[in-house]
Design a protein around this ligand. Structure first.
Ligand SMILES: [Zn+2]
Length: 289
């Protein structure tokens, strides 16, 4: 990586949707392309360099010694993607921030700067999302978690409908069961060559802010097996290993076994039809160039 050679930020690709829908995995795969850098959830940059204030104060893989983020300071947030392209020498930045107002601001800003932006909407069966959320935050009120999910999906639907650029809606299930097909359609959307080794995302160097630590732990696991010269610093992250998880992509349907029947009943009362409608919806829009 040589930051003396200027690299222009040509494209920014956003992955939106509800948390726990597979965006970390998709980001890591796209970020394994030779032209792309996966920045993680860039709205977490507000926590960068803060001492012990938040779990997302630095790169989720390397920790404080990250070659990308350790001395990354920015005066104007409007230059974020430009600075990331310079730093990483990659013309395409992938951002999986879920926060709607952050996304809106970035999209407007990129339009002003004449940088092409893309929007991928990754959605998943709400029952899977709720189950993952409740597994992570055990004391949450299930009713509130369901309501929050509905609100977030409605807002995300709106931003997707209003987005003027090239965009694609994909279902987590289809992505997890047939990642090659999904990723090929995404590289087509982004106008870049499909690189088959992208699917082996765990072989590459990554520096995401925020995101799912379980998925990220696969990188640490793979690189520890591969070599002791890994750029990834192994630390207390070890305890997060998915012990029995294969390195390749696995369709997570744990909700079918784990979700409490009373919560499932509540979900059906609040959101059954809403969820059905969401799962039917898969769209692809590519502009003719
Ligand atoms: Zn890093």
């Amino acid at each position: 990586m040589n930051s003396n050679i200027p690299m222009r930020n040509e494209k920014v690709c956003f992955i939106c949707g509800a948390p726990h829908s597979g965006s970390t995995l998709l980001g890591l795969i796209l970020g394994s392309h030779s032209h792309c850098f996966y920045a993680g959830e860039t709205n977490k940059i507000k926590f960068l360099h803060l001492e012990n204030a938040h779990k997302d104060t630095t790169c989720k893989i390397c920790g404080k010694d990250c070659p990308i983020w350790r001395d990354f300071y920015i005066d104007d947030i409007k230059d974020l993607y430009k600075q990331l392209s310079l730093r990483t020498q990659k013309p395409i930045i992938i951002d999986s921030t879920k926060n709607i107002s952050w996304l809106e601001k970035q999209i407007i800003n990129l339009k002003k700067k004449l940088v092409r932006s893309y929007l991928i909407y990754l959605f998943r069966d709400g029952r899977g999302v709720i189950n993952s959320r409740l597994r992570k935050y055990k004391t949450s009120d299930p009713s509130q978690v369901i309501d929050d999910w509905i609100i977030h999906i409605k807002k995300t639907n709106q931003i997707f409908e209003n987005f003027q650029g090239e965009k694609m809606k994909i279902q987590y299930k289809n992505f997890a069961l047939n990642p090659k097909k999904t990723v090929k359609s995404l590289t087509n959307l982004l106008n870049i060559e499909f690189e088959p080794s992208m699917l082996k995302f765990y072989q590459y160097e990554h520096h995401p802010l925020g995101g799912n630590i379980g998925t990220q732990s696969l990188i640490i696991k793979a690189q520890q097996e591969k070599s002791s010269n890994t750029p990834i610093k192994l630390s207390e992250r070890n305890k997060y290993y998915y012990k029995d998880h294969p390195l390749q992509i696995k369709y997570d349907q744990r909700w079918k076994k784990e979700l409490d029947p009373a919560i499932l009943k509540l979900f059906n009362e609040k959101a059954r039809d809403f969820n059905k409608k969401l799962l039917k919806d898969e769209k692809y829009k590519k502009k003719k160039i």
